[in-house]
Write a new protein. Structure first.
Length: 359
């Protein structure tokens, strides 16, 4: 896909862009809602009417029926979820259409359908419910809705597991193997009860007998930002800063989350950092833009990223610039909106509504 911001915006100063965005926003009033994910760059996040994690933002989009235009500063799957949950009169826009999520792309619907058909072939699909992390394409959400499954976020993954096991014997989790595995461990499943479906291997690379016995089938996908953190980073921080609090996102591997003091969704991490006393030392295992914003908000606390050496940036979240946002809000009536075929939208909404129910 080719996408370029017109020269007017590329050549403008930050001050000019901010002024244009505020003026456009003012002229539309409540009819325009700017949503910004916590991982957005500081200048963009500051212009959001609401800043939150993917769950909070989709809930906000579903509740603000008065907004005709929803400008979603995040990545593609988030704008799609907002489109699914918003009303027919509302239009959703992604200021930089190139902003995707590599983790969501790891669960391609064709690969998922091949896996599901294989489960049918060996006779276990009827006892299995699919559960997809919010970070997934609309087609995958629709598949979950169609098959009686649901969507979860990092804050309601345990409740979603319970929802599945109240109704089925097995769970097929997409696309983040780490959130899936960590939740499985917290719910008491052993390594013997969880298997990893590798979509690049024939029949998932799993022995059929093992697959038949498994309770939790995990899709082999990951977030390249959160898997940067290693257990040795936790050990090094503890040695270097006695009393340090380690707070991490559940997309990190089990070795990291198991050693941390606090594990939770982006919203949870924000609250956890807010609640620490002045002078606290907090090493955080998540995206760098959120960590920097929290450090900026709490100059009386020592807040830094967990590895001490890498820059865990989500390049896709970082794609959205002030120029993209100004271009979108000033040209909203000609800007391409997010569209999803009606049948996909209806089935995906079933899965998302179940998510909102179990939160
Ligand atoms: S941080 Fe990871 S999961 Fe979140 S949007 Fe970026 S790549 Fe996707």
């Amino acid at each position: 896909m080719y996408f370029a911001v017109p020269d007017k915006y590329r050549q403008a100063s930050d001050d000019e862009l901010i002024q244009w965005i505020k003026e456009a926003k003012k002229s539309y009033g409540d009819r325009m809602l700017i949503l910004a994910h916590h991982y957005q760059r500081l200048q963009v996040a500051e212009l959001g009417d609401f800043v939150g994690d993917s769950y909070e933002l989709s809930k906000n989009a579903s509740e603000r029926k008065d907004a005709d235009y929803i400008v979603f500063c995040g990545v593609h799957f988030m704008a799609e979820s907002a489109e699914i949950l918003s009303g027919d009169n509302q239009k959703v826009f992604l200021p930089n259409p190139l902003a995707g999520c590599p983790m969501a792309d790891m669960a391609d619907i064709e690969d998922v359908m091949n896996a599901w058909n294989y489960l049918k072939e060996i006779g276990i699909a009827a006892q299995t419910l699919p559960l997809s992390y919010m970070n997934s394409a609309a087609e995958l959400k629709a598949f979950c809705g169609r098959e009686g499954g649901l969507i979860c976020t990092s804050s309601n993954a345990k409740a979603a597991y319970k929802y599945v096991f109240d109704r089925a014997e097995k769970l097929f989790f997409f696309p983040d193997e780490n959130l899936g595995y960590n939740t499985g461990r917290w719910m008491g499943f052993s390594d013997d009860e969880m298997v990893l479906w590798d979509f690049r291997s024939e029949d998932g690379g799993i022995d059929p007998d093992k697959l038949k016995k498994a309770k939790v089938i995990l899709w082999k996908g990951h977030c390249h930002v959160h898997t940067n953190f290693k257990s040795q980073h936790v050990d090094e921080m503890r040695e270097k800063f006695p009393g340090v609090k380690i707070a991490v996102h559940p997309e990190c591997t089990w070795e990291v989350v198991d050693r941390a003091d606090a594990v939770g969704s982006t919203k949870f991490l924000v609250n956890y950092i807010d609640e620490q006393p002045p002078g606290a030392i907090i090493a955080v295992g998540t995206e760098i833009n959120l960590i920097n914003r929290m450090a900026h908000r709490h100059p009386d606390k020592n807040i830094f990223e967990l590895s001490g050496q890498i820059c865990p940036v989500c390049a896709n979240m970082y794609r959205t610039t002030l120029a993209d946002l100004a271009n979108t809000v000033e040209n909203i009536d000609s800007f391409k909106k997010i569209t999803i075929p009606k049948d996909i939208q209806a089935e995906a909404k079933l899965a998302l509504d179940r998510m909102l129910e179990v939160h």
